[in-house]
Each structure stands twice: as structure tokens, then as C-alpha cells.
Design a protein around this ligand. Structure first.
Ligand SMILES: Cc1ncc(COP(=O)(O)O)c(C=O)c1O
Length: 420
């Protein structure tokens, strides 16, 4: 046997063994017992490649990718590279999995690189004229706001923003409604806002937009994978999803969903192979469905990895994941709020809360506190400079435990006593 062939077989065997081990670990997850849940969650946490002793609280920035997902990507990549194939046909299977997970039809799902690309496709592709208006919240992430600021700069689209309230969904709906006028063409919302984790009233806004013929785009970068997100039930026209945050998909994965009935209104800003084809007369026509928003050679291993991450969440239980994240966040919220001199900026109201807690203290600058937590306690939070909040954000997800949350609260208390 030639050397290259032998080495290929060794690599293939290693890949298969790795995948087998990760699959075994998933298959061996213990039964969930509501009265004694920690053994289940410890087994889930063991699926992550995170270093022991490291508390990772930045899923809202970038999710840790579970080992079975990493191994699926490696296995598909190795298999395809054995013959240098792109494997594009396998997008069909991945698309069906993603559609099921997001409550969409396969023809409504386009694979993009991140939530920003999904948002930017909508901002660049809707036929807006100078003076047409878009509404979104002041807390929108740059990946949500900048595509519209560029539409304002280049095409004269008018941006109107409202300040999200951390106490009441009705107030948020009223603030948004007050901005709706005869030139409003688009409303975009973060389903859950990035700086402080406010859940915005997506379904009520969808109803408002439908009744007025306004395009409603929902940015689910912070919600998909944190809570169950159902595109059809939410009633939006388009949805942006980040694969590499709460879902735990591979880096540089994202999804754009566009409602079938409105796809003709959203032009793909970039096209190429797969976006369309030439008819017998040589005329270019777009592909049916959301495939029109994809173009060129893509990484099918990443798409299959994203589908694997979604299946893993389904196996663990999507409602269970949402409840766990909220419980850990509630624990962090209560513990931090009880520390003298700490202000929690995230919502208290149950219908607005998410698996994120943003807090600050006037006694220690937020960037100093961030560094202290990381260097001295191996606790990774996320600085929040948006809207000059100068705070720290803690995301609580599957890779976190009550003990980690307690250690975070204890560490902040210790630094407050030491530094102030
Ligand atoms: C609400 C929101 N939208 C968009 C993004 C950008 O996400 P991506 O990195 O997938 O482009 C983020 C990232 O934190 C976000 O929080």
C-alpha cells in the first residue's frame, strides 16, 4: 500500500474514532431528573472542549462549540478532501435540519456566514428609496445597525430609533408604534438585545407590521439556541440567526430565513452560482426559494456541523436549555444585585428576562473588573461599552453551572471589598 493511502486510512480511522467517542458521550447522557438535575448538566458540560477550571460566560459573544460538532465538521471535511470534492449536494440535508429547528420551510432557509450577513442582505436587498424609513432600537448591535446606517449613507434611507425599556413590553411596543408613519417601510428588532438582554415583543410587533404592510425583520442572533425560536410562529418576514453563539454551531455559520410569500420583494444583493440560472434563451432567472441568497463555493462541513449542533440541542431538550439558562441568569442576577454598590441593568420582569445579566459598579471600572475576573479567577465575562453603559455582561448557557455562577458572584464581592 502506498504511503499516502496508508496515512489517509489512519486519518480516516482517527476521525471515525473521535466521532464515535463524541457520539457515545451524547448517547450516554443520563436521564434528566428534575429533582436532581446536576448529573445531567455535568454530562452536558463534558461535551464542551472548554478547559477545566475555566468559567466561560460569553456565549452571547461567541459560543463554545461542543466536541461532537467539531468532530462532525472534521469528519466531513476529511471525507470530502479525500477526493477534493465540495460536497454541495449535502446542503439539502443540512437545510432540512435547519428548517425544522427554526420552524421554517426548507425553501425559506439560506445559509449565510453570520447574523450580520443576514441583516445586511435585508438592508441591501429591499427596494427602498430616499426618504423611506426604518425603525430599530438604540441597543441594536453594530451587526444590526450598521447595515441600515450604510443604507442611510448610500441611499438616503431614514433611520428612526427608540430606547428599549428594561421593565415593560407594553412600553417598548408603544415607543416603537409612536415612530411608525406613512414612510415606514421596515421595522427591525433584536429578539433579545445584546447589551443588557431585554426580550422585545416580537409577536406583537409582527402583528403591527402585518396590519400596515411593513416589512418586519427579526434579529435572532441572541435568541436562537438560547430559547426556542420558531420563524413561522413569530410572524416576521425575515429572520437573522447566528450559528456560532447560543446554538453552538461552527464558527462562521448563520442563517437567513425569508418568508416565501415575500421573497420576490427581497432582491439578493450578491449573486453567483446557485443563486439562479440561465433559461434556454440565455435569460438569467433567480433560483426558487431562499437559495437565491446563496452564491459560490461554500463550506458544507460547516452547514452540516450547524445541523449537528441543532440536533444536539434537540437531544438535550430545547425548553430545558431555555429554562436552565434563565435559572442560572436569575441566580447571577440575585447574587450580583445583593452586593453593595452593584447595579444590575438587565430586566427583572419574567417576560423580559433572558439568559444574560449585565451589571456594573461605580467602585471598579468595568474594564478593570473584566481583567481581574479573567486573570485571577479564570472567569470570562464580556465588557459592554455600547451606549456608554461601561458594564460587564454574563451569558449563562449549557456550559455553565450554579457553582460557576456562585464563584462569579463571590469574586465580584471579593474585588469590591479589596479594591474599593
Ligand atoms: C443582536 C445581534 N445581532 C447581530 C450580531 C452579530 O452576530 P454575528 O457575529 O453572527 O454576525 C450580534 C452579535 O453579538 C448580536 O448580538
Amino acid at each position: 500500500m502506498s504511503l499516502p493511502r496508508r496515512s489517509f486510512l489512519r486519518h480516516a480511522a482517527l476521525g471515525a474514532a473521535g466521532l464515535g467517542l463524541a457520539r457515545e458521550a451524547v448517547a450516554a447522557l443520563p436521564e434528566f431528573a428534575a429533582d436532581r438535575p446536576e448529573p445531567f448538566w455535568e454530562a452536558v458540560r463534558a461535551l464542551y472542549p472548554l478547559e477545566p477550571g475555566f468559567s466561560y460566560f460569553n456565549t452571547g459573544g461567541l459560543g463554545s462549540t461542543p466536541t461532537p460538532v467539531l468532530e462532525r465538521v472534521a469528519e466531513v471535511t476529511r471525507r470530502l478532501q479525500a477526493k477534493a470534492e465540495h460536497g454541495h449536494a449535502q446542503f439539502t440535508a443540512a437545510r432540512a435540519d435547519v428548517a425544522r429547528f427554526l420552524g421554517a420551510d426548507s425553501a425559506e432557509v439560506a445559509f449565510v456566514r453570520n447574523a450580520t450577513e443576514a441583516n445586511a442582505t435585508v438592508a441591501a436587498g429591499l427596494p427602498l428609496r430616499a426618504g423611506d424609513e426604518v425603525i430599530f432600537e438604540t441597543h441594536a448591535h453594530p451587526g444590526g445597525a450598521f447595515p441600515w446606517l450604510q443604507a442611510a449613507r448610500a441611499r438616503g434611507v431614514v433611520v428612526r430609533t427608540f430606547e428599549p425599556d428594561a421593565r415593560s413590553a407594553a412600553v417598548n411596543l408603544a415607543r416603537l408604534t409612536a415612530l411608525v408613519g406613512p414612510r415606514t417601510r421596515v421595522v427591525q428588532l433584536s429578539h433579545i438585545t445584546a447589551p443588557t438582554g431585554i426580550t422585545l415583543p416580537a409577536r406583537a410587533v409582527a402583528d403591527l407590521c402585518r396590519s400596515r404592510g411593513i416589512w418586519f425583520h427579526l434579529d435572532a442572533a441572541q435568541s436562537a439556541g438560547m430559547v426556542p425560536v420558531d420563524f413561522t410562529a413569530l410572524g416576521c418576514d425575515s429572520l437573522a440567526v447566528s450559528g456560532h453563539k447560543w446554538i453552538g454551531g461552527p464558527l462562521e455559520t448563520g442563517v437567513l430565513c425569508v418568508r416565501r410569500a415575500r421573497q420576490e420583494e427581497l432582491e439578493p444583493p450578491l449573486v453567483g452560482a446557485h443563486s439562479g440560472d440561465l433559461d434556454p434563451t440565455g435569460r438569467f432567472a433567480l433560483s426558487p426559494g431562499a437559495l437565491r441568497y446563496e452564491y459560490g463555493t461554500r463550506n458544507v462541513a460547516a452547514a452540516l456541523g450547524l445541523a449537528e449542533a441543532m440536533r444536539l440541542q434537540e437531544r438535550i431538550g430545547r425548553d430545558r436549555i431555555a429554562a436552565r439558562g434563565r435559572q442560572l441568569a436569575a441566580r447571577a442576577h440575585a447574587g450580583l444585585a445583593a452586593l453593595p454598590g452593584v447595579e444590575v441593568l438587565s430586566p427583572d420582569a419574567p417576560d423580559l428576562r433572558a439568559a444574560m445579566v449585565t451589571f456594573r459598579t461605580a467602585r471598579i471600572p468595568h474594564d478593570r473588573l473584566f481583567g481581574l475576573l479573567l486573570r485571577e479567577k479564570s472567569i470570562r465575562a464580556r465588557p459592554v461599552t455600547e451606549e456608554k453603559l461601561n458594564a460587564l455582561r454574563v451569558s449563562t448557557h449549557l456550559c455553565n453551572s450554579p457553582a460557576q455562577v456562585d464563584a462569579l458572584v463571590a469574586a465580584v464581592g471579593e474585588f469590591l471589598r479589596r479594591e474599593a
